[in-house]
Design a protein around this ligand. Structure first.
Ligand SMILES: *Cc1c(COP(=O)(O)O)cnc(C)c1O
Length: 799
């Protein structure tokens, strides 16, 4: 890539527009100009990458996901072209604040949380490591709702992210595909005596792809994220005018909006239609591409193609490929099954039963009747296999069958048909093998693998925390940018007082920036010397934001009882969206805001603690908060958080973790050691044991711990006579606290006290931070992607 000077960059901007004429707040105009400059590079490199992949005819991975939470791209793409500082300088010289220009970009909210963000980090790593990888997803017209906090409550607004045109996408109308729903599937005998399937009365929908470039870091390698949009087919199927309008309205809904449930399923017809839309369009495209090579045979498909399915959401791809191979390519069942079972790999993201997808068979029959017949046959053959080959599992057939009690179980379908199944952290994979999927593990031991999640260190360190990134580069050279494991070299400085002081100064500067943002957005003035204690993630009972709030209420009370209490000042920072239908989660948001209101306005508290809830958590907000975190709250009930990736982002940005031994926290602990984080609470085995023995009784704790009694009383009666939280109160007591909040309270308070003490010695604190940074390289998604590439996908890095 040719390098370019600041002046040349300015010239490029002025070629497009006389900047003197741009209105003072014409940030949007400048934003589009910068995008178009960058797009000239990107589009040329994109074509070259495509040509080179085609000429080398190498194997590709297709990453199918209902969610991609890619975040804003302008800054990221500039960084990946080594143009970020040049652009910053050019904009500054022209009198613009670069950050204001970057903020024009509206985050595409095409995902809920961790699962969608993981998909985005994987795309980043595949492109940066020269792996040919194509993301396939849906171009939702409306992304995840925008959250506003009104009177302490979450209110939801549509995320109209396409109101202004999105400069990165390219519509490819000539590559549109026709998708067919419903109708009837009838098996008929052909002249040669084979069975084929004929469809009648289907409803046709057009899937139009919009391609987004995924720019590799400094390698001019551009992969594609292909997002499908649903549009009416224009063959005038419905002659009646009103029918036509009705049809168009229904079609647009298919890619109309993202379902806002994180870790729970909606069971809605439209959601099933969305899933089929994604997989049918993507598979047609995959096969078309593959068959461009006239020598290619379907039998050899797995030599050139592998498909990763991100959770079970795209697992209809399995019967859909069977359908295509049999009905359209005239293969026999066994031939088709042989191809299918070498093609798909499935990532499991959760063990929580409410998140395991099942569909009522009537719904499947109605929307994809032919697939239902195929799923039935897959189920029949699998059950036969258990019956004859695993007689000891015969009585477990209802728990293993793909179709049971009139429901299709998507995880079982994915397990039966995939050649690899992976969990997303060591503990999670162990739980799959020994508990939640242990009978499947008996049948298919060779299929199960672990692939611990990761994050892009380029976005989550280099881009979001330039102070820290520059500092690390000045100490160990920029070698870590290409090889994140080299962050290890930092460990040599663990006792270097001067260097630790610099690290402290960097954190302080980041905290000042965030404090400014907090003041601007909430009006709350926070002390930038206080401990920034951060819990940012979806709101869910298992993530236990409630435990965090209970500790705050307890602290508040202690300060009220003793205004001279010797506490390190603390700022508790929350950000979280709750699924709109998740009543209790929304009550917890209201509780956080109520506590914030009381604590922040109580003069007796004397600014010892502050509580801040930042609204509309998304990638951009995460990027602002994470570099300023001192403490990273990763406090899920052990066994419930499959991996977590927020934990990795904050560790890499020198926060210390307070956490349970859950998900990837365990692997962080194995690297940094228990003295460099704050571990508390039940372990996964103990949680399982309590469930099994039924020997945990919430009342015992309620009766014996006066701190808990007092907190719960206040929920019931209202804190300072304000809003009551009876639903939370009764939920905890009547369901026997299934997430062990009260059980873990005591050890959580103890861990929090230790944080308070440790923070008093800044050198000691920052030496622990340094240890965390030094070990965070393992959590780069580059490591994860290399593991998928070699142990599952069998694909190679291109030259
Ligand atoms: C990283 C990230 C998540 C996942 O956070 P966890 O703490 O692992 O649940 C969710 N949402 C956004 C916007 C993120 O950036």
């Amino acid at each position: 890539m040719k390098s370019i000077s600041v002046q040349q960059f300015i010239d490029k901007i002025e070629e497009k527009r006389d900047v003197k004429e741009v209105h003072e707040n014409g940030y949007q105009e400048i934003y589009y100009i910068i995008c178009s400059i960058l797009n000239e590079y990107i589009h040329s490199d994109w074509q070259q990458t495509d040509a080179s992949i085609r000429s080398q005819n190498t194997k590709k991975v297709y990453y199918l996901s209902m969610e991609f939470l890619i975040g804003s791209l302008l800054k990221n793409n500039l960084l990946h072209y080594n143009l970020l500082s040049i652009c910053n300088e050019a904009l500054a010289e022209l009198g613009f604040d670069p950050e204001k220009i970057y903020e024009v970009e509206h985050d595409p909210g095409l995902g809920n949380g961790g699962l969608g963000r993981l998909a985005a980090c994987f795309l980043d790593s595949m492109a940066s490591l020269n792996y040919p990888g194509i993301g396939c997803g849906i171009r939702y017209r409306y992304g995840l709702f925008e959250q506003k906090i009104i009177n302490g409550y979450q209110t939801e607004y549509p995320d109209d992210w396409l109101k202004q045109s999105y400069p990165w996408e390219i519509r490819k109308e000539d590559e549109a595909m026709i998708i067919e729903y419903g109708g009837e599937a009838i098996l008929v005998e052909t002249d040669t005596g084979n069975l084929t399937c004929e469809y009648t009365g289907t409803e046709k929908v057009m899937a139009v792809p919009y391609d987004v470039p995924i720019v590799g870091f400094g390698n001019q390698f551009i992969n594609t994220l292909r997002l499908w949009s649903a549009e009416p087919v224009n063959d005038r199927q419905n002659h009646d005018y009103y029918n036509q309008l009705e049809y168009e309205k229904n079609v647009e809904q298919i890619s109309g909006y993202l379902y806002p449930d994180d870790s729970s399923i909606s069971g809605k017809k439209l959601r099933l239609k969305q899933q089929y839309f994604l997989v049918s369009a993507s598979l047609k495209k995959i096969l078309d591409d593959y068959l461009l090579d006239k020598t290619a045979t379907l039998k050899q498909l797995d030599k050139k193609v592998v498909i990763q399915i991100n959770d079970t959401h795209p697992s209809l791809a399995i019967p859909e490929l069977m359908r295509i191979l049999m009905d359209e390519k005239q293969l026999k069942w066994d031939e088709a099954w042989g191809i299918v079972t070498n093609l798909f790999a499935y990532t499991n993201h959760t063990i929580m039963s409410e998140a395991l997808e099942t569909w009522p068979i009537d719904m499947v029959k109605e929307i994809v009747p032919r697939l239902y017949l195929i799923i039935e046959e897959i189920n029949e053959r699998f059950c036969q296999r258990i019956w004859f080959d695993y007689p000891e599992l015969r009585n477990k057939i209802p728990e293993l069958a793909v179709i049971a009690y009139d429901h299709v179980h998507m995880a079982r379908l994915a397990i039966v048909a995939s050649f690899r199944i992976n969990g997303v952290a060591k503990l999670h994979t162990e739980i799959l093998k020994t508990k939640e999927m242990k009978d499947f593990y008996k049948i298919f031991p060779q299929k199960f693998q672990n692939k611990t999640n990761g994050i892009s260190h380029r976005r989550w360190l280099l881009m979001v925390n330039p102070r820290l990134a520059n500092f690390i580069s000045s100490v160990i050279s920029p070698v870590w940018i290409e090889q994140p494991n080299e962050l290890n070299q930092m460990i040599r400085y663990v006792n270097d007082k001067g260097l630790l002081e610099e690290l402290a100064a960097i954190k302080l500067a980041n905290k000042q920036e965030l404090a400014h943002y907090i003041y601007k957005n909430t009006g709350v003035l926070v002390d930038d010397r206080s401990i920034f204690d951060v819990q940012i993630k979806r709101l869910h009972e298992y993530k236990r934001q409630l435990l965090n709030v209970f500790h705050i209420i307890y602290l508040y009370q202690r300060i009220k009882e003793n205004p001279n209490l010797n506490l390190m000042p603390r700022t508790f920072i929350f950000a979280a969206k709750a699924a709109p239908s998740y009543h209790l989660a929304k009550e917890i948001i209201k509780l956080i805001n109520t506590v914030a209101d009381i604590v922040n306005h109580d003069p007796e508290i004397d600014n010892k603690i502050k509580v801040v809830f930042l609204e509309n958590y998304n990638v951009s907000l995460a990027e602002k908060i994470i570099p300023a975190a001192d403490v990273s709250e990763q406090i899920s009930t052990a066994s419930k958080e499959a991996s977590g990736t927020g934990n990795m982002k904050m560790m890499m940005n020198s926060a210390l973790t307070i956490g349970t031994l859950d998900g990837a926290n365990i692997e962080i602990e194995q690297l940094v050691g228990k003295h460099n984080m704050f571990i508390f609470g039940l372990r996964s085995e103990q949680v399982y044991q309590h469930y099994q023995m039924g020997d945990y009784h919430v009342n015992e704790i309620y009766q014996t711990d006066p701190r808990i009694q007092s907190i719960l009383r206040q929920l019931h009666d209202g804190i300072n006579g304000q809003t009551t939280f009876k639903d939370i109160y009764f939920q905890l007591l009547q369901t026997n606290d299934p997430y062990f909040i009260l059980k873990d309270f005591d050890s959580y308070v103890e861990a929090q006290n230790l944080i308070d003490l440790t923070y008093r010695d800044p050198i000691k604190w920052h030496s622990k931070c340094l240890v965390n940074i030094a070990h965070s390289g393992k959590f780069s998604s580059d490591r994860t992607i290399h593991e998928y590439a070699s142990a599952i996908w069998n694909i190679k890095q291109l030259k």
